[in-house]
Design a protein around this ligand. Structure first.
Ligand code: MRU
Length: 356
């Protein structure tokens, strides 16, 4: 692992969007189904509303769904009258199961719920305060991790580079600043990155709808490319790094991320372009030995039949819609977490960094 030179970053300029707001009574979620043309928050007052918001992608991105589930846990206790944390935990267990089932691939969801369960199980009469403090700590730690990873990842990039990213890994997908997009923000601020290409990320268009809009808020002008243009772009020499996030990083470094990431990694290796994965330690799952053990979420094939509610595919056809894929660790040049940079990740390097 190496340590970077951290140049100061103006977070007031580069970190303005907040997808998750806790009011003390309710959870407000920036509705990512409606961006970029409508900026509107959905208000959740119970944990099932949070589970539904995670399932329907109102809130999305691995760290963000973990944070939303943590606040969902707080909401689940609203009607509970219990003398201590262990009794409260027993009362909300069915609600926690429903939150846990809302999306399968991103490990941050189960990680956040396990952390909330752990503090509640041992809390005394002040369990409500303990639980709320833990949810806030999960959010605060994610923001701090992202800012640190931004500096670590940017330090790997030579001045004047072009980068390509996939899906949305920014403030919208986290507590703020972003993972891969945090590295890109830091890299632009430090003038290491001269050009950002964002892949559309079909079928849900996280790149076109979310990443392009989010970078615009910072005054960064990305160039949108069709997912199918990636290899051609790399061949042109305009891109030195592909920088992506992760939904789950296994004990051997295999990484699940948005569908299309795997083919980007193959194309990057073929063209001599470096491939960086950026994710907080909460995305690392040392209990899953390799990527073939990850459950890959499959969503409604209807997502493939049209754009913006307008049907574009022929009627009465079949479609297959896996929304994540697994990039083998051999294709990854660097995994960046808040604990440091792992170059050429494998099981030994992951064990050295994360134990287990
Ligand atoms: O289906 P999504 O939009 O939740 O998928 C998100 C991604 O795959 C992101 O790249 C990943 O969660 C990292 S977000 C910091």
């Amino acid at each position: 692992m190496n340590t970077p030179a951290t140049n100061a970053i103006d977070y007031d300029r580069y970190d303005r969007i907040r997808p998750i707001r806790w009011t003390g009574e309710a959870l407000e979620l920036l509705d990512q189904r409606k961006l970029p043309f409508t900026v509107e928050y959905v208000i959740c007052t119970d944990s099932d509303a949070v589970a539904e918001a995670i399932h329907s992608l109102t809130v999305r991105g691995a760290p963000a769904i973990g944070i939303a589930a943590a606040w969902g846990t707080v909401l689940a206790t609203r009607a509970v009258d219990a003398p201590d944390g262990a009794s409260a935990l027993a009362a909300i267990e069915p609600a926690l199961q429903r939150l846990n089932a809302s999306r399968p691939t991103a490990v941050n969801l189960a990680w956040a719920l396990a952390r909330m369960r752990r503090v509640l199980a041992t809390a005394g009469a002040d369990w409500r305060e303990v639980l709320e403090r833990e949810a806030q700590a999960i959010a605060d730690e994610d923001l701090a991790a992202n800012r640190h990873m931004g500096a670590l990842g940017a330090a790997l990039i030579a001045p004047g580079s072009g980068v390509m990213t996939h899906c949305n890994t920014g403030s919208l997908a986290t507590a703020g600043f972003g993972t891969a997009l945090g590295v890109i923000r830091a890299g632009v601020a430090q003038e290491r990155i001269a050009h950002v290409f964002a892949g559309e990320t079909r079928p849900w268009l996280q790149g076109a709808r979310l990443t392009a809009w989010e970078l615009q808020q910072d005054g960064i002008a990305p160039t949108l490319v069709a997912d199918a243009a990636a290899s051609h772009l790399m061949k042109s020499g305009q891109v030195q790094w592909v920088i992506v996030g992760a939904d789950r990083i296994c004990a051997n470094g295999d990484t699940a991320n948005k569908i299309g990431t795997y083919q980007l990694a193959i194309a990057a290796r073929h063209h001599g372009v470096k491939f960086m994965v950026v994710a907080p330690a909460s995305t690392v799952d040392m209990d899953t030995p390799s990527g073939d053990r990850i459950e890959i979420e499959e969503r409604d094939p209807g997502e493939l039949f049209g754009v913006g509610g307008v049907r574009t595919a022929a009627n009465e056809i079949a479609a297959w819609n896996p929304v994540f894929d697994v990039t083998p660790h051999e294709l990854i040049d660097a995994i960046v977490t808040e604990r440091g940079v792992i170059e050429r990740p494998d099981a030994d390097a992951m064990r050295a960094a994360f134990g287990g």
